[in-house]
Design a protein around this ligand. Structure first.
Ligand code: KIV
Ligand code: NA
Length: 265
């Protein structure tokens, strides 16, 4: 089976086709998502919260990310596999290269990092060394203590302008995908239209090129808090395969996310 690559996602963007992606952390779920036709599986450091029960992503280590990446990569035959670089694992370029290598050896096709302009040198260094990079802007959970909580980002003219500039700088530095998390839908639309690379949103409205959800949220498995921008697809379908198929269909047909699952300016 042909692997989804960044080239296939770019082609979808160019043709105006929306695509659906999910997080996964193990071989069983990765196989189901792969069989259902999910284009990209992210081994998110959200595993710190949904698997480990921590109240942030900060405790997650590179070793843990590599372990879960290996689990997912073993069954993700078609889906593109992207792994998160965890908190403080990309503080300097040299450190980043070693840590990214661990995730690539574990089966990732790309690594994801949270941040803007300050990452430019690290990103171009990684790309030069054969490691594709996905950016992540907006509500970047590793900075929860700087934000003072999990809060929507990019509201107001100054913050919006800053986010657009960061997105352009990341693209210039060489990122081939960009995740936007919890920002106003009109801002996400502007970013997706300004960039050539595919932009994937979560809590970023309907106008990004792709969507991503944390699998526990979309299956209604998250104990306690369920984010307002997510949707429980298991409740109405009663079966995981059908839930994932419906999610893909709703993203492709631009039914999900609706206005109630989006933030305004
Ligand atoms: O860790 C994660 O699951 C993520 C997605 C929410 C984009 O970074
Ligand atoms: Na993450």
């Amino acid at each position: 089976m042909k692997k989804v690559s960044v080239a296939s996602l770019l082609k979808k963007k160019e043709q105006g086709e929306k695509f659906a992606t999910l997080t996964a952390y193990d071989a069983s779920f990765a196989k189901i998502f792969d069989d259902c036709g999910i284009d990209l599986i992210l081994i998110g450091d959200s595993l710190g919260m949904v698997l480990q029960g921590e109240d942030s992503t900060l405790p997650v280590t590179v070793e843990q990310m590599a372990y879960h990446t290996r689990c997912v990569a073993s069954t993700a035959k078609r889906a593109m596999v992207v792994a998160d670089m965890p908190f403080m694992s990309y503080a300097t370029p040299e450190q980043t290269y070693q840590n990214a290598a661990q995730l690539m050896r574990a089966g990732a096709q790309m690594v994801k990092m949270e941040g803007g302009e300050w990452l430019a040198e690290t990103i171009s260094g990684l790309v030069d060394r054969g490691v594709p990079v996905c950016g992540h802007l907006g509500l970047t959970p590793q900075s929860v203590n700087v934000f003072g909580g999990f809060k929507i980002q990019g509201r107001g003219d100054a913050a919006a302008r800053q986010l657009i500039n960061s997105a352009m700088e990341l693209e210039k530095a060489g990122v081939q995908l960009l995740v936007l998390e919890c920002i106003p839908a009109p801002l996400a639309k502007r970013v997706a239209r300004s960039l050539t690379i595919p932009v994937i949103g979560i809590g970023a409205g309907p106008d990004t090129d792709g969507q991503i959800l944390v699998m526990q949220d979309m299956l209604g498995l998250t104990a306690g808090y369920v984010p307002s921008f997510s949707k429980n697809y298991l409740e109405t379908t009663g079966n995981i395969h059908k839930a994932v198929a419906l999610y893909i269909q709703e993203v492709e047909q631009e039914i999900f996310p609706s206005a109630e699952q989006s933030f305004d300016e």
